[in-house]
Design a protein around this ligand. Structure first.
Ligand SMILES: [Zn+2]
Length: 156
């Protein structure tokens, strides 16, 4: 919902074609945004879906380690500490928080699938869905998002 509110506020300030990111969101958020656009006489141009297979999401999220003292964050694969299990900055122990445990992530994913898939299907059915693949570096995903937005604006 926070995302929908932010997107709605942005749309009201801006008279360029609507650019909207729908990531892990619910039908209510989508409807709220579309209703706000309709009041302004505008339509949603596209819904970008940044997608990754569940195993990839679990792999990425469960690699996070947090320092017990000051909450410094590491990733076993993408941003490992110099010494395994020890914070570079203050020497504290690094732990995997409950939120980052595979079981918790899998539960969150099943809630996500339940709530978000109807939204994805809605935009797929109306031809507005732009699926993007998240299985690459942040820079590549960012470039892909920019290219998708340019195409959407050219079409609008
Ligand atoms: Zn630390």
């Amino acid at each position: 919902m926070a995302l929908a509110r932010a997107a709605t506020a942005r749309v009201q300030r801006d008279d360029r074609p609507a650019r909207v990111l729908i990531i892990r969101d619910t039908r209510e958020s989508g409807e709220m945004l579309e209703a706000a656009l309709e009041k302004l006489g505008r339509a949603l141009t596209a819904a970008l879906l940044i997608d990754a297979p569940d195993e990839e999401v679990v792999r990425r999220l469960s690699g996070r380690r947090t320092c017990v003292k000051n909450g410094h964050v590491y990733h076993v694969e993408f941003d490992p500490p110099k010494r395994e299990g020890v914070c570079d900055q203050d020497g504290s122990r690094l732990v995997q928080r409950d939120d980052d445990k595979p079981e918790t992530i899998k539960n969150r994913l099943s809630v996500y699938h339940e709530q978000t898939e109807p939204v994805v299907e809605h935009y797929r059915a109306t031809g507005k869905l732009v699926p993007l693949h998240a299985e690459r570096s942040v820079g590549e995903v960012f470039a892909e998002i920019q290219a998708a937005l340019e195409q959407v604006e050219a079409r609008a």
